[in-house]
Design a protein around this ligand. Sequence first.
Ligand SMILES: [Fe+2]
Ligand SMILES: [Fe+2]
Length: 216
Amino acid sequence: MRAFVEQEAQHFSQHRKFNELIKSKGYPDLANLEKEMERYYARLDGASLRKRMAYTSGFETMTIGLTRFMVNRRRWLFKDADPRVASLMLWHIVEEAEHKSVAVDVYRAVCPGYPAWVVGLFHGAFHVLWMAIRGARSMLVRDRRFTLASKLRLAGLLASFFITWLPVLIKSLLPGHHPDHIEDPLWVRQWIAEYDDKEGVPLLDTSHDDIPARFA
Ligand SMILES: [Fe+2]
Ligand SMILES: [Fe+2]
């Protein structure tokens, strides 16, 4: 649990720096979404332990599908993208795979209860997804690129995400399921092996056709 919190704290601090940079580069509207999320989480802080734990372990379960989507579709998402941005996103999602079972194990040990967990899964997953869509929309509007073409691309991206994510969601909802039953993609295991003796966030080669889990 301590390692999980430390890992998430690292994610927070790196994404904090990234978000500050993005906002300073011409997307100040994102600050409103951040404030909205802060208010939301402040309210959630007052909820029962069961509800907060179900939100966390539900969201963490959903990241397994997100890992699969981002890794399988990495060429489509990140080919020729800024390697610093691609590496930050994929670094985060690999670490989500590393700690995928922690929140579920803690939930089951501290406040077991299947119905509340299912509610938490939908709550956590769709809340974060909804905020991500709004963030993307806000940036496209700012760029004056929220055109029919980009709406269709966004819809295509969401459809592709759901095709990968839904089987994971269905498996996760089966009673007796454990996140460890879902194998990590090979690319994730290669990253973890490659990263073993490295420091900091490594850089991927996004100009490579396959964006392999090898670092510059
Ligand atoms: Fe994280
Ligand atoms: Fe996580």
